[in-house]
Write a protein that binds this ligand. Structure first.
Ligand code: DIG
Ligand code: MN
Ligand code: MN
Length: 385
């Protein structure tokens, strides 16, 4: 593969242990790949050129591990990170796999389950802090319902608020310096998940005790499942100063959470997302929360991981070409021009506005060459311009 798209540490590409460690199990089929250890996953990611690795607590330390087993796992993982030069920018907690969370974790109707989930999250924060993680992602995969007879949704909201307030206090008391990134998803595994979109979380964060510590982790597939425009979700998060992390992958609209290789389904949407992240100077990790097709062996898993990063770098290059393209620049200038007046004052007060005469018919005739602009975009993406 051409070297100009080889990943470098400064690209900040990361993968979760659960992504390249995904064994290919699905609701209709057994695993097709053997388990590989976190140590071997670190080696695999280093070989592919990743900068960092993330984990849920139980991706690294099994839920029933003894204290001494935990210590050995941590020691071996730390040695692997050092040997391969990978970092751990993000940690998260698994509040969705164990049967105890079958009716939710932090929003469960059972106060003991809620308390256990809070304790498990605090321990996951401890584990992440041991490896220097400063971003803590929370995906409430089980926080939802099949029947809304089970609880009032506003009670669930109150419970989640109470939990996140406590976790912020814990991070402060432990001096962990975490920024919490809330990850939305509309459904699966629950029939309907609370806070289904990034926008829903953006409306929730200001109601917290420490809103400055909490942002979002938009996932491409989770916004695309219900047919939303993921760039608009990411841009709203960025504009609100809340884009604390991002999960990159791809997805066909209206289907189950496919977690496909980044850019492999909607390259144009992926292009505009990469262009946005690069144009605004997003400095966080580019995390690929995705996995290889069930058809793949571990060589195929490496192809998957390399493909995620390669596509990002190709689209980053395309964004530079797009921004520099003379015809695109001229078209954007034409679209932005307000020739033919009226010339609006810098400060448009309501008093000044009242005195302005608008020629509505004239305004409606302004040329908007979006077909040309979009075809120029396609030409750049197809590499013919
Ligand atoms: C699903 O997309 C979720 C889980 O994989 C994890 O909790 C989070 C981390 O990015 N994404
Ligand atoms: Mn997903
Ligand atoms: Mn995710």
């Amino acid at each position: 593969m051409a070297d100009s798209f080889k990943p470098r540490p400064e690209d900040k590409f990361t993968f979760g242990l659960w992504t390249v460690g995904n064994r290919g199990r699905d609701p209709f089929g057994e695993a097709v790949r053997p388990t590989i250890s976190p140590v071997d996953i670190v080696a695999l990611l280093a070989e592919c050129g990743a900068w960092g690795v993330n984990f849920h607590d139980n991706d690294l330390v099994p839920i029933d591990a003894t204290a001494s087993e935990r210590d050995k796992i941590v020691k071996d993982f730390r040695a692997a990170l050092k040997k391969h030069g990978l970092v751990v920018p993000m940690a998260t907690v698994n509040l969705f796999y164990d049967p105890v969370f079958r009716d939710g974790a932090l929003t469960s109707n059972d106060c003991r389950v809620r308390a256990y989930a809070l304790q498990k999250t605090m321990r996951a924060m401890d584990l992440g802090a041991e490896f220097g993680a400063k971003i803590f992602v929370m995906w409430g995969g089980r926080e939802g319902t099949e029947s809304d007879a089970c609880r009032r949704p506003d009670d669930a909201i109150k419970r989640l608020r109470e939990a996140i307030n406590s976790l912020c206090e814990y991070s402060i008391s432990q001096k962990y310096g975490y920024k919490f990134a809330l990850e939305a998803k509309p459904n699966e595994p629950r029939g309907a998940i609370y806070f289904p979109t990034t926008g829903a979380y953006l409306g929730f964060i200001p109601t917290l005790d420490h809103p400055e510590m909490v942002g979002v982790n938009p996932e491409v597939a989770h916004e695309q499942m219900p047919g939303l425009n993921v760039l608009h979700s990411v841009a709203q998060a960025w504009e609100a100063g809340k884009l604390f992390h991002i999960d990159l992958n791809d997805q066909e609209t209206g289907k189950y959470d496919q977690d496909f290789r980044f850019g492999s389904v909607n390259p144009k949407a992926a292009f505009f997302l990469v262009k946005f992240l690069e144009d605004v100077g997003y400095s966080g990790p580019r995390h690929f929360d995705a996995h290889a097709y069930r058809t793949e062996d571990y060589e195929g898993v490496k192809d998957f991981a390399r493909g995620c990063m390669r596509t990002y770098l190709i689209l980053k290059q395309k964004a530079k070409e797009w921004n520099a393209n003379p015809e695109i620049k001229a078209t954007l200038k034409e679209i932005a021009s307000c020739n033919g007046g009226p010339k609006l004052p810098e400060k448009l007060t309501s008093a000044k506005l009242a005195d302005i005469e608008f020629d509505r018919v004239h305004l409606a005739q302004k040329k908007l060459p979006y077909e040309r602009l979009d075809q120029l975009t396609m030409d750049v993406l197809f590499g013919v311009r």
